[in-house]
Design a protein around this ligand. Structure first.
Ligand code: PLP
Length: 398
């Protein structure tokens, strides 16, 4: 499938220049169709009813679990459905029995969703060891290695920073975690659907995924990969219907597998849509998506960097599918507003839910950065319009 095919499936892209894939992505028609099909023809609860439409709904949701497992090269029973990446990370932070005196390692380039749940554990007496990235937003694995001591229980790091776009040496850090027998969590919010992910290569015990970003799935979907052996060490926090195999008036027995973490009625249509979205991504092909992303990112980075009054963040060699920048003398929110008003260009501005990361790259005092983030549906023409409009805006600051 070509970029033009995808654009036909997403009418929204005729109305705006959408450069905010890092927040969430628009939903292609086949994904919407799969969700509508559920609502129109078998709108029933999963895992409960014995009637035909309930059985069909259950089997479609379980099909999504299989599709996701195959996509990341894991086992089906290692996929836990969540409503987003944040919930997946919290499931580990709340579900693992961290104790007073335990220590965790987290870099300072994280999205708040991969920092605040860990900081919250300080209340239990858990120590959080924050590792500083370099000025380009890349974490040095040696620093992580040096920070490990006998109390270290977990390392948690983002795959690709959501504010700078910098890819982290996650495989190398995974090896360090394994050698030291430490739990390892990777936040794949900005990488899945933008590059191939193979669980075996990451050496991770947990990987947190959104469905609604790079995978082009519906909002309200995400999932956690939890390696089978460590999965049993996690206590579910959302207990209730679907999580138990037996209950008396005084006690309960948890069921095995992902279901024990998935209390209550699931986002059934969303999960069916997520399965359709991964099928759609596979039809485009991850190689093509990655190649297109690299080309467009390079064009965007160079074009913005060439504007006399711009400041672009990060190292273009390790940046994936987004560019963070400022235009000297113009507030980042004003830049975003003018881009929207002049040419319907949608970008994010501000702190990007990553205040420590924004401090690290020296943009805190500026109120943050502008972030333009892309996917396979974006074209060179759109990037040219972005750059031309930014040229005009840069005149305002001088
Ligand atoms: C790196 C990173 N982690 C976590 C999140 C939170 O994702 P979600 O909205 O799916 O919970 C985001 C969202 O932008 C992100 O970029």
């Amino acid at each position: 499938m070509k970029t033009s095919d995808i654009r036909r499936d997403i009418p929204f892209l005729d109305e705006v220049i959408y450069l905010d894939a890092a927040s969430t992505t628009p939903t292609p028609q086949p994904v919407v169709d799969a969700m509508c099909d559920y609502y129109h023809h078998y709108n029933s609860s999963t895992g409960r009813g014995a009637y035909k439409t309930a059985v069909k709904a259950t089997s479609e949701v379980e099909k999504t679990r299989s599709i996701l497992a195959e996509f990341i090269n894991s086992r089906k029973e290692e996929i836990i459905f969540t409503k987003n990446t944040t919930e997946a990370i919290n499931l580990v932070a709340h579900g693992f029995n961290f104790k007073k005196g335990d220590s965790l390692i987290v870099p300072n380039i994280e999205h708040h969703s991969n920092l605040v749940p860990w900081l919250n554990l300080k209340k239990k007496g858990v120590e959080i060891n924050i590792i500083k990235s370099d000025s380009q937003g890349v974490v040095d694995p040696t620093k992580i290695d040096n920070a490990i001591d006998q109390n270290t229980k977990l390392i948690s790091i983002t795959h690709i920073s959501n504010s700078i776009g910098s890819m982290q040496p996650v495989e190398e850090i995974g090896k360090i975690a394994k050698e030291n027998d430490i739990l390892y969590l990777v936040d794949a919010a900005q990488s899945v659907g933008h590059m191939s992910i193979n669980i075996d290569k990451l050496n991770a015990d947990f990987v947190a995924f959104p469905g609604h970003k790079g995978l082009l799935g519906p909002v309200g979907t995400g999932f956690l990969y939890a390696q089978k052996d460590v999965c049993n060490e996690l206590e579910p926090v959302n207990l209730g219907g679907g999580t138990v195999s037996d209950v008396t008036e005084h006690d309960y027995k948890l069921t095995d597998g992902p279901a024990r973490f998935e209390g209550g009625t699931l986002n059934i249509s969303g999960l069916i849509g997520l399965g359709a979205a991964v099928d759609y991504i596979k039809r485009i092909g991850m190689d093509k998506i990655e190649k297109h992303g690299n080309k467009i990112t390079k064009m965007m980075f160079e074009g913005i960097n060439d504007i006399e009054d711009s400041r672009v963040y990060g190292n273009p060699e390790v940046i994936y599918d987004m560019v963070g920048f400022n235009i000297n003398g113009v507030n980042c929110h004003d830049v975003a507003k003018i881009l929207d008003e002049q040419n319907n260009i949608c970008v994010r501005s501000g702190m990007h839910c990553a205040i420590p990361a924004i401090r690290q790259i020296g943009a805190y005092e500026l109120g943050g950065t502008v972030r333009a983030s892309i996917h396979y549906y974006n074209t060179k023409e759109e990037i040219k319009t972005l750059i031309d409009t930014l040229e005009d805006i840069s005149q305002l600051g001088s």
